[in-house]
Ligand binder design. Structure first.
Ligand code: MV4
Length: 448
């Protein structure tokens, strides 16, 4: 087993990984930027190393600094968390060549998942349903028009290096397809230095349902049910829940098995997420694989009674999965609320600053994953998430009731958060009925 793990991240996930390390009896190294000197994850770490200035590019994305920190402190593994270097195949390779275990999938798997066209080919090879479309890169206006005539409008033009909605264009007719083809390519070239695009039929009002998988280095793969992440604003998830309120057991099993087939075809190990679109007729289509632990992993931990970070560490050390598919069952309903330091009444403008008064939510059915405390100053340099409230109860209705109570308990004076918005959402009749698709927030909660 590892002796000492360096956590190449900040905020709540740095703390979450540190807790898993402590529970396993593994020492931790916290790295931090100059803006994070007062961060909670430093206080509990066995070793701390400053890796650079406030901007991420000079600290949490600075590969030489992070590797040097691992070498100085004699860490034998690095957990990247989510964001930052977590899906950087080059970083995974550098770790390997420095004899430091990267706690995540193989660099080759990160690369394959990062290329949406390659990932879609994998899905086709694994007999996993995909959205009708080009099944490969589109290289000319002519080709785009031919595919669109075959599958019918509306279509989506997507960047192969994209994900999270960047470099995406919708086209309802041939002229807008030609325009969209060129603008998607140039946006992708600017954003990713890769102008490769592909084409898909546009699925109307889909739900975003993703399957959590976990795999070891001995070929064992399990799925841990789904998360419904349909409640998003501009491709930013606001809340996630498990199970999906509208998924029947047969579809759940079919999606789970599809995700496992895909992971096996890719020789994937570690934690991963297979994203699907669920259409209004309950058909599911593969869209992307995320080769990292995700922000929303706690909802899966709550309903499956597992510790995914612990499992990731064990699997990276070469252990076999601690569970088989038969051991995994879903119990109750969990919802996660991303508490962001943002003002929903000012177009979600960031609201960093000093937290003058803080009280954490607690009590039955409540989990609070956060790095903030009274007197902490939320720095303006990073993403605005200051905590995750996770509720878990036997039924969705009870989970919503506990969430209302917990959101009222949460006190963060000095900064504005999204907690108030969630109280409004929870009272919406469509949400209570589980009737949300990816357009819900823009329909009801965005200023026009
Ligand atoms: C789609 C789609 C409809 N049809 N693909 C957005 C980000 C990326 N992960 C995939 N996305 C979508 N792909 C087809 N063929 C609609 C979306 C989409 C979306 C997906 C999940 C959650 C929120 C969304 C908001 C807008 C569009």
């Amino acid at each position: 087993m590892f002796h000492r793990i360096l956590i190449a991240n900040r905020g709540e996930i740095a703390l979450r990984i540190q807790r898993a390390c402590k529970d396993l009896g593994i020492e931790t190294v916290a790295v931090y930027s100059e803006a994070d000197r007062d961060s909670l994850h430093l206080r509990y770490a066995d070793h701390t190393v400053c890796i650079g200035r406030a901007p991420s590019a000079e600290s949490y994305l600075n590969i030489p600094s992070i590797i040097a920190a691992a070498e100085i402190t004699d860490a034998d593994a690095i957990h990247p968390g989510y964001g930052f270097l977590s899906e950087n195949e080059h970083f995974a390779e550098v770790c390997q060549s420095c004899n430091i275990k990267f706690i995540g999938p193989a660099a080759s798997a990160i690369k394959e998942c990062g290329d949406k066209v390659a990932a879609k080919r994998l899905a086709l090879a694994a007999d996993v349903p995909t959205v009708p479309g080009s099944d490969g890169p589109i290289t000319s206006e002519q080709e785009a028009l031919e595919v669109a005539r075959q599958i019918g409008f509306p279509v989506l033009i997507k960047a192969a290096a994209g994900g999270g909605g960047r470099g995406m264009r919708i086209a309802h007719n041939e002229p807008s397809l030609v325009t969209g083809y060129h603008s998607a390519r140039s946006e992708a070239e600017t954003a990713f230095k890769d102008s490769t695009v592909y084409l898909e039929k546009f699925v109307e009002k889909p739900r975003h349902v993703e399957i959590q998988i976990m795999a070891d280095q001995h070929g064992n793969v399990v799925h841990l049910g789904e998360r419904d992440c349909s409640l998003q604003r501009r491709h930013q998830k606001l809340l996630e829940e498990s199970p999906c309120p509208v998924l029947d057991p047969e579809t759940r099993q079919a999606m789970g098995e599809a995700a496992v087939r895909l992971a096996k075809t890719a020789n994937y190990f570690s934690a991963g997420t297979v994203e699907f679109l669920l259409d209004q007729d309950k058909n599911f289509y593969f869209i992307e694989i995320n080769s990292r632990i995700q922000v929303e992993h706690p909802v899966t931990e709550m309903v499956t009674n597992t510790d995914l970070i612990r499992e990731m560490i064990l699997v990276a050390a070469g252990h076999r999965l601690s569970m088989s598919q038969e051991d995994i069952s879903l119990s109750g309903h969990a919802i996660e609320f991303r508490i962001n330091a943002e003002d929903p009444d000012r177009n979600f403008q960031p609201s960093p600053g000093l937290i003058e008064k803080f009280v954490a939510p607690a009590g039955p059915g409540v989990r609070w994953d956060s790095h903030i405390y009274q007197g902490y100053r939320v720095p303006p340099h990073y993403d605005s998430m200051v905590g995750k409230l996770i509720v878990h109860r036997p039924t969705r209705k009870e989970a919503i009731a506990v969430a209302m109570r917990a959101l009222q308990e949460l006190t963060t004076e000095g900064i504005t958060t999204t907690a108030g918005l969630f109280q409004q959402i929870l009272q919406h009749s469509d949400f209570a009925a589980g009737e949300v698709d990816t357009g819900f927030i823009d329909r009801y909660f965005s200023p026009r």
